[in-house]
Write a protein that binds this ligand. Structure first.
Ligand code: ZN
Length: 351
């Protein structure tokens, strides 16, 4: 296994090389388990580094798909499913290349926290990153400037983490380029999650999503559950979805395994078109969620109460749906604070 910060691989910008070193030879066929080494001079290690485990599986020429998990450290479907696939996928079956990074932000994954404990940075608000930034920002910079130019599609596997829980979905954003929209939608379909969602998010600045989309490439992300854990169902969705995407791009042989072929109901095609899909907390207290994930919701329906911890005899805060639809996401902890996202309502796409 060679080190690859040379200029022949196409993975390094000549004018502004990343400070991240990749212990991978990008052009060699077969399977390589290596790491990205991010310089980190700290009390514990003067000439130390944060290592990001990476597996590259390549056979001949063909498309490249980047599969990432652990962008946030308290979301487990991505790291578990991608670690398993990095071990099990057979390069002999490949035509093209998969770059698998189960834990894109290892300090956060090791700490079980959304943000990195080293620099406090939320990775998915730090793209495109900074060459001379913090550890998290340097990883983002490497992904944006060294990996992204060499990939055709990025699948970023998220879940709700400790503070949200979701009906498992694969998602894409509204895109102005029709061809890019259709290529992305076909990839979401191939992933075959219980829900396929076109999403309008409240805040997208600094996300990996936008960097990939601006480059004209396919970007699909997921929210496969949450609560700071995983389930057999959500792990299976992640594993099958990732393999399905590799099949969709022709990197693995065969067609994607449809939900019907697995005895499952068809993927429900949904959308969250605007801010009325979200209910946000105005206060601190005990969150009494009155609806279950997957429940149908009517516009104006009472969906939650927030009770004071400090005093009895106070009316609870009342939270109403701003539109009809289906509850696909909810605040997970029993405590809520002002600004917390309490509920996400999606509509069926043909509505
Ligand atoms: Zn996440």
């Amino acid at each position: 296994m060679g080190t690859s910060n040379n200029e022949t691989t196409g993975f390094v910008q000549k004018d502004k090389p990343s400070r991240v070193m990749a212990a991978i030879d990008w052009e060699v066929d077969g399977k390589q388990h290596g790491y990205l080494s991010v310089p980190y001079s700290a009390n514990e290690s003067a000439w130390g580094a944060v290592r990001v485990p990476i597996t590259v599986i390549r056979n001949g020429t063909g498309p490249t798909v980047l599969l990432t998990g652990g962008n946030h450290g308290d979301e487990y479907e991505g790291p578990i499913a991608l670690k398993k696939l990095a071990d099990s996928l057979d390069p002999a079956e490949f035509t093209g290349r998969a770059i698998i990074i189960p834990a894109l932000n290892p300090p956060a994954v090791q700490a079980g926290t959304r943000c990195s404990p080293i620099d406090g940075v939320n990775m998915n608000r730090a793209f495109p990153g900074t060459r001379t930034g913090t550890i998290t920002e340097m990883i983002c910079h490497y992904v944006s400037h060294s990996l992204l130019p060499n990939v055709d599609a990025v699948i970023d596997i998220h879940s709700g983490g400790k503070t949200l829980n979701f009906v498992p979905f694969a998602a894409m954003h509204y895109l102005t380029d029709e061809d890019q929209f259709e290529r992305t939608r076909a990839t979401v379909d191939a992933f075959a999650a219980p829900v396929s969602l076109v999403i309008e998010e409240l805040d997208t600045e600094g996300m990996l999503d936008g960097i990939v989309e601006e480059a004209g490439k396919v970007f699909v992300f997921t929210e496969l559950g949450g609560g700071g854990t995983s389930t057999p169902e959500t792990i299976e969705i992640a594993e099958t979805g990732a393999v399905n995407v590799l099949r969709h791009f022709g990197i693995l042989p065969g067609d994607p395994a449809t939900r019907a072929s697995r005895g499952l109901s068809p993927s429900r095609v949904m959308a969250t078109p605007d801010a009325t899909c979200y209910s946000i907390s105005d206060e601190t207290g005990l969150y009494e969620c009155l609806v279950n994930l997957g429940d149908p919701i009517e516009d104006g329906q009472l969906i939650g109460r927030i009770h004071s911890v400090e005093k009895t005899g106070l009316e609870p805060g009342l939270y109403y749906a701003h539109r009809s639809g289906t509850l696909i996401g909810r605040h997970f902890p029993g405590l809520a604070r002002p600004g917390d996202c309490l509920a996400v309502i999606a509509i069926d796409a043909d509505n």
